[in-house]
Design a protein. Structure first.
Length: 212
């Protein structure tokens, strides 16, 4: 049975409010430490009642969970786009990095807040590790999902190469964009593309004539 238009509208409004509250939480947690921030602060920043905040999130820890999930979601979308490329070439990987860097810049404030708040918000020492591992397992699965791309390479090696490429990309973007590490090179992504092409070499094809 198809959802009614009214139901669809309610769901859309609920999702919009959810995103609005997370945006407000980023604003508040950028200005205040996690332990000092209050649900009332987030409600005020979002322009809603405190009851509305509690209707979406039982507490601050759940808000941080949602922020971390948002970061992992954006990263997942980026790796899905890389996995969806018909061919991996140096030019294609470099073009993908340009788009991924833009996504990371847009997500940098959320990542900074989530990184700072997560240690205080986690309800068990292993929760963050489990979430991290599960997210990265998804990214790796995307990148090795096409056996034709990895012909001649065993599953163990292809998975490790994919994981190393993910970690290389993530750590570099974290330092360069989230931490704002100053770099002296004119084109940092050129060097990152070199590194990824080396790690993914068995699955990377030669660029066509005139490639980057």
């Amino acid at each position: 049975m198809e959802p009614t238009p009214r139901r669809n509208l309610r769901e859309e409004q609920k999702n919009l409010t959810h995103r609005r509250l997370l945006d407000a939480a980023v604003t508040v947690l950028t200005e205040k430490p996690f332990l000092d921030a209050r649900m009332e602060d987030i409600a005020q920043a979002a322009g809603v009642t405190r009851a509305t905040v509690y209707a979406h999130f039982p507490g601050k820890a759940e808000i941080v969970d949602a922020l971390v999930a948002r970061v992992y979601g954006v990263m997942g979308e980026a790796y899905a786009e890389l996995a969806a490329l018909p061919r991996w070439t140096r030019a294609g990987i470099r073009a993908w990095l340009d788009e991924a860097a833009a996504d990371w810049r847009a997500m940098a404030p959320v990542r900074r807040v989530a990184n700072a708040a997560a240690p205080a918000a986690l309800r068990s020492p292993s929760a963050g590790r489990v979430q991290y591992v599960e997210a990265h397992e998804r990214y790796v699965a995307m990148l090795v999902g096409s056996p034709e791309r990895w012909r001649g390479v065993g599953p163990a090696e292809s998975r490790q190469r994919a994981l190393m490429a993910v970690l290389q990309t993530e750590s570099f973007f974290a330092a360069w964009i989230a931490v704002e590490w100053p770099l002296e090179t004119a084109d940092p992504l050129r060097l990152l593309a070199d590194s990824l092409c080396h790690l993914l070499a068995p699955a990377v094809e030669n660029d066509s004539a005139g490639g980057a």
